[in-house]
Design a protein around this ligand. Structure first.
Ligand code: HEC
Ligand code: HEC
Length: 294
């Protein structure tokens, strides 16, 4: 009799736990890539296709002269975020459109093919509303060139394989793009701004859109836990044109000394304000939420 009761109890527990796990609302929404794409397209218009090889090569400079082969880490004027001086990465800008293909001035897409990644990334941004999305292809899904950059047109939501090609939003959310893309959608490292528009050698491919008050938020429920923050110091002159946060104001891994470049019209003239920012960042002081979306 006792044995029977124990078996019964275990069976009940089992049934209960199955039932519970079924009934419990999932804590996060976990949309599929295509469901996320629908949310994105409602705010930004159609997600465009691109192929990495249409991107502009990001140049590497040594003593101001472009070089066409890899240099050891740190041995160039403009290392990437990890301090590397490798040639071959590409970036491209695509103007946003409406559903009917008409240009949509306030929307911009930037795709990025870091050499060796075996995937590509894209950020879409609406400058009026601040709504932004982060996209990343699944590692190795598409054929690539020798630099492991996808070299075919990437699938758009109109293609049946969209879900197979692009990561679901949750998979992107856990990668924490916001750890670095924290105060604004785009990061203008010295490396990436070297790539210039084919029709204008003075205009970086990566658009300069941010202001101290531009709205910034992420589309989609899977990103609701992403913190978007910036360093706020009353009266600091470095913060009069744009916001700054951890990695993009002082990148400790490649030690970009922004005092050499900023402000653009008179580099070095705001050295003490820059020092103040570095001190604040190292001590995690005065961090505030970015202005939310309109
Ligand atoms: C460890 C910091 C870090 C993380 C995390 C990160 N990025 Fe970036 N990202 C950068 C930096 C820095 C650049 C500028 C290029 C450079 O110097 O490497 C950049 C550039 C880009 C660009 C080109 C446009 C621009 O802003 O310069 C895209 C697109 C991009 N990242 C997408 C993503 C996506 C999508 C994720 C998350 C899946 C992500 N990034 C995560 C640091 C990061
Ligand atoms: C007069 C306006 C202006 C002022 C003042 C200014 N900047 Fe900038 N800053 C820019 C522009 C424009 C860019 C983007 C183009 C570029 O990178 O050259 C930029 C880009 C940057 C970036 C890259 C940001 C990113 O997207 O990751 C950093 C870091 C930066 N500035 C730091 C500073 C610091 C530090 C100071 C103070 C010493 C400063 N800036 C003062 C105009 C300004």
């Amino acid at each position: 009799m006792r044995k029977y009761k124990i078996v019964l109890a275990i069976a009940c527990l089992f049934i209960l736990s199955v039932k519970c796990s079924k009934d419990e609302p999932t804590p996060d929404s976990e949309l599929s890539a295509i469901e996320q794409a629908q949310l994105i397209e409602a705010k930004l218009g159609p997600i465009p296709t691109f192929t990495c090889e249409d991107g502009v090569l990001i140049p590497i400079y040594v003593n101001g002269i472009e070089v066409f082969e890899d240099k050891p880490d740190g041995a160039c004027d403009n290392p990437d975020l990890k301090g590397a001086c490798k040639v071959g990465s590409r970036i491209g800008r695509i103007q946003g459109t409406y559903e009917n293909g008409d240009p949509r001035a306030e929307v911009v897409w930037v795709f990025f093919c870091r050499r060796g990644d075996n995937f590509a990334q894209m950020i879409g941004h609406n400058t009026t509303t601040g709504k932004t999305c982060f996209l990343e292809l699944k590692d190795g899904y598409l054929p690539t060139n020798t630099f492991l950059q996808p070299n075919v047109d990437v699938p758009t939501p109109k293609d049946a394989v969209y879900n197979d090609a692009w990561k679901a939003p949750k998979a992107i959310a856990i990668q924490g793009c916001n750890d670095c893309h924290r105060s604004d959608p785009f990061i203008h490292s010295r490396w990436v701004v070297g790539a210039k528009m084919p029709n204008n050698p003075n205009e970086p491919v990566l658009p300069e859109l941010a202001t101290p008050s531009s709205p910034y938020c992420i589309i989609g429920p899977d990103f609701k836990n992403w913190e978007l923050k910036h360093t706020y110091i009353q009266g600091n002159s470095c913060l009069s044109c744009h916001r700054l946060s951890n990695i993009n104001s002082w990148n400790s891994s490649n030690n970009t000394d922004w005092n050499l470049y900023m402000p653009p019209n008179n580099p070095g003239s705001q050295a003490s304000d820059y020092q103040e920012i570095k001190d604040y960042i190292l001590n995690n002081l005065s961090i505030e939420d970015v202005p939310p979306c309109n």
